[in-house]
Design a protein around this ligand. Structure first.
Ligand code: HAM
Length: 422
């Protein structure tokens, strides 16, 4: 039997049900903030990511799934959604002189070392806001993410870290000072950091290697290079977060792994998932649209890793919805068509109800065992009498109570089971 590729997770029905609940909750919050969904292609020209995400990032250097198209073009399975989102809105004339608030979801691909919470195909939900340069929209994005955790009931498991990278000018002078400082200790740096000293020095701040971390404790701090624009923006954001009651910590070492950020960057972190603690990350990227060939347009956004959010959500041990709410048992083949029709009537009157109709015949006892196995609370039993009367016999599986009712009345009895279900 052919096996799955390493790092590509299979989602089985039980997890699929939880997934749907979580995704539905996230989607409701995005809709409540009036963000609109866009669908982005999975494949883009490789150049989009090398120019957008940055040549010297881990993603572009070593994690992309790239392939040559039949005509020789280099294509890449999207490792993230922001660059693609900019491409789509730009190409369709939706950026210049406009504001946009959009979201997207779907699988992303990165050739990383797989472990719990880190996969080679993973699922993101991301939101991007364009055309708004002030900290108010940064605050809105953070309020929306805070609303996610509240709606999922995981707010006590996560904390927010924020930082500012300043303007590109202040970052350039900081970069110079950091390189000058770290060059003095070059031989003591770990191998990755030595390489980054040339390619992407700010990423060294992210290093987890102990000796490098020690050296960093004496390094110049980005905050000291901040210009007026950077400080005003950051102070503005902090003030709004305080007014909104969103707790945060400033982490001066937070730089993020993608090159397009300026000013605000943030991550939502949990300590409950081991090494893969970042469940959501984002920030402002005012230079990205121009870098990809558009006219200057400010932007900010975030993406969350759905598998990681799901791992946290699972820890709440909430009861999950069963595979079916109602199992329709059919006494003999003569009633099968009536059973299908009756089930459709129920589905139309209570659309949230999950109704599974037995197929394949067999004894009533075996059919009721199947009803139990799929977790249904109700069996709808259909025999010749029910078919003749336009009725069904509803049996509550827990108590054994049953009654024969016209279909619409039965629908009324079932309605409460479907309330609040996703
Ligand atoms: P990112 O930090 O690379 O940012 O990814 C966002 C989130 O995706 C992470 O916080 C994590 O939860 C999840 N994630 C990343 N890699 C993996 C993986 N290998 N396995 C499982 N989950 C993973 C971005 O992608 C930016 N596009 C976010 C953004 C949007 N910034 C502005 N707008």
């Amino acid at each position: 039997m052919v096996q799955a590729i390493r790092g590509m997770r299979d989602v089985l029905p039980e997890e699929g049900r939880r997934w749907r609940t979580v995704e539905h909750i996230l989607e409701s919050v995005l809709h409540a903030y009036a963000y609109e969904e866009v669908h982005l292609p999975l494949l883009e020209f490789t150049e989009l990511f090398s120019r957008g995400v940055g040549e010297a990032t881990d993603i572009v250097e070593k994690e992309m799934y790239s392939l040559a198209d039949r005509d020789g073009d280099s294509l890449t399975l999207r490792p993230e959604g922001t660059a693609g989102c900019v491409r789509v809105l730009q190409q369709h004339g939706l950026l210049f002189n406009q504001t946009q608030r959009v979201f997207y979801r779907g699988p992303m691909f990165r050739y990383e070392r797989p472990q719990k919470g880190r996969y080679r195909q993973f699922y993101q939900m991301g939101a991007e806001a364009f055309g708004m340069a002030g900290p108010d929209v940064d605050a809105e994005l953070l309020a929306m993410t805070a609303a996610f955790w509240g709606a999922l009931g995981i707010e006590s498991s996560v904390r927010l870290e924020i930082n500012t990278l300043g303007s590109s000018e202040s970052r350039a002078s900081y970069r110079e000072a950091l390189v000058a400082y770290l060059s003095r200790y070059e031989s003591e740096l770990d191998e990755d950091s030595q390489r980054r000293l040339v390619t992407n020095p700010l990423r060294i701040l992210d290093s987890k290697v102990e000796r490098t971390r020690e050296l960093l404790s004496g390094a110049p701090v980005l905050g000291d290079f901040m210009d007026a624009q950077g400080s005003t923006h950051f102070e503005g954001l902090c003030g709004m977060l305080e007014t909104l009651g969103i707790d945060y910590e400033v982490n001066p070492q937070l730089v993020r792994g993608l090159d397009y950020y300026n000013l605000t960057v943030f991550e939502w972190i949990t300590s409950e998932l081991g090494a893969q603690g970042t469940i959501c990350g984002g920030g402002r990227y005012d230079g990205l649209v121009e870098q990809l060939g558009g006219r200057p347009t400010p932007g900010a956004g975030f993406a969350l890793g759905l598998e990681r959010v799901l791992l946290l959500y699972e820890q709440r041990n909430l009861p999950t919805r069963p595979a079916a709410d109602v199992y329709v048992a059919v006494m003999s083949p003569a009633e099968q068509v009536y059973a299908l029709k009756a089930a459709d009537r129920l589905r139309l009157s209570v659309p949230e109800l999950r109704i599974r109709v037995h197929a394949g015949g067999g004894k009533l006892k075996n059919q009721l065992r199947k009803a139990d196995q799929c977790g249904a609370s109700w069996a709808a039993i259909i025999g010749a009498d029910e078919a003749a009367a336009g009725a069904i016999t509803l049996k509550q599986l827990k108590t054994g109570e049953q009654a024969t009712l016209p279909i619409d009345e039965a629908a009324g009895r079932l309605r409460p089971s479907a309330e609040n279900a996703h």
